[in-house]
Design a protein around this ligand. Structure first.
Ligand code: 11C
Length: 345
């Protein structure tokens, strides 16, 4: 049996990856409806060799849709996801619109697939930098328990959209050609100032909240606790943008509840963990890097080492394709889980 699937935001950086992922997974589709903003309506997009015309997303567009994948920005989701549910669709929303809503499961299938059973029509897909971290942390939580996590991120510009990737490319060319340029997008399109990203590192992703952390940092903190059902877990984050097109990297420091673990135990655990690829042979200079992880659905972990001072403290390096496991693949994986659990009518 196939399902009527709608993709909202089909022309965006994530929307394009969603279509490629549905195609690669041979997702059971009986009908595909591709929706967009009024601006992109009328454009054509190809799926499995067939050209589809994008329609403007409206409440009535969801008539007969079984599964709607949203990735067109928070305001579109806020406006149209409830309408899609009223029309009988299950929504997998890749924006931050509903993530912290207590009636909305926030799901990474390797961690909390069972939360899907409580859905009320909308399921939220977490922030990309949160997803890859919790996939690596969950096996440690299950075996040893977690006390504290401190993460610093090294995030790719595609997290900010296709226009930010273009800005990185153009700035790099301008600098190499000794030509002038004006930053217009990064760190945040809607903020007051814009800075050079080429040959730079910007310690700001999203706007600042009142407590001095950015919204991206607060997402990592709050979403991690919700997904892992660990309200007491201490989490701190510093999020930094790098001149990398795709692939987020993270330096994760974790303190376990028990002091029984050795590096080899953690390596063995992660080697067989779902969704994880262990790349950890420092003597052979083998460790994850974004350039090698792009295009893969997995979360890559390496550089695992015990803290010098804290026996239950471990450091690791976690890399994943932010557009795939961080967004499109996790959304499609949620849809596959919904079908597997018999939750799609
Ligand atoms: C970034 N993590 O890399 C952001 C993008 O809440 O879904 C994802 C924003 C979100 O800029």
């Amino acid at each position: 049996k196939g399902f009527h699937v709608a993709v909202v935001g089909a022309t965006g950086a994530v929307g394009q990856q969603m279509l490629q992922t549905l195609e690669k997974r041979d997702f059971p589709i009986s009908k595909l409806t591709l929706l967009s903003s009024a601006r992109s309506a009328g454009k054509t997009v190809s799926f499995k060799g067939v050209e589809y015309k994008l329609e403007e997303a409206k409440p009535e567009s969801f008539q007969g849709v079984d599964i709607a994948l949203f990735s067109a920005g928070g305001s579109v989701s806020k406006e149209l996801a409830p309408a899609a549910v009223e029309h009988g669709a299950i929504v997998v929303d890749n924006t931050s619109a509903f993530r912290m809503d207590e009636n909305v499961p926030l799901v990474v299938p390797e961690v909390n697939e069972q939360d899907l059973l409580n859905h009320k029509g909308i399921i939220a897909n977490p922030n990309c930098s949160t997803i890859q971290m919790v996939v690596a942390l969950q096996p440690l939580k299950e075996k040893y328990g977690l006390k504290k996590v401190i993460v610093s991120t090294y995030q790719a510009v595609s997290g900010s959209g296709a226009a930010a990737v273009e800005e990185l490319t153009q700035q790099t060319q301008a600098i190499l050609n000794n030509e002038p340029f004006t930053p217009e997008i990064l760190p945040v399109k809607g903020d007051k100032k814009h800075y050079q990203i080429a040959f730079n590192a910007i310690p700001q992703i999203d706007k600042f909240t009142e407590n001095g952390f950015t919204f991206e940092e607060m997402k990592m903190i709050n979403e991690t606790k919700k997904i892992m059902h660990s309200e007491d877990l201490k989490v701190a984050a510093t999020c930094v943008r790098l001149p990398v097109a795709t692939g987020h990297s993270e330096s994760v420091y974790v303190e376990l509840d028990s002091a029984d673990a050795a590096v080899a135990d953690i390596q063995a655990l992660l080697e067989k963990a779902p969704g994880v690829v262990l790349q950890d042979q420092p003597q052979e200079q083998i460790y994850p890097m974004p350039a090698n992880c792009v295009g893969s659905n997995d979360v890559f972990v390496g550089r695992i080492r015990q803290d010098i001072d804290v026996p239950e403290g471990f450091h690791m390096w976690v890399v994943s394709d932010n557009l795939l496991k961080g967004a499109a693949w996790n959304s499609v994986q949620i849809a596959e889980s919904l079908i597997k659990l018999g939750l799609v009518k």
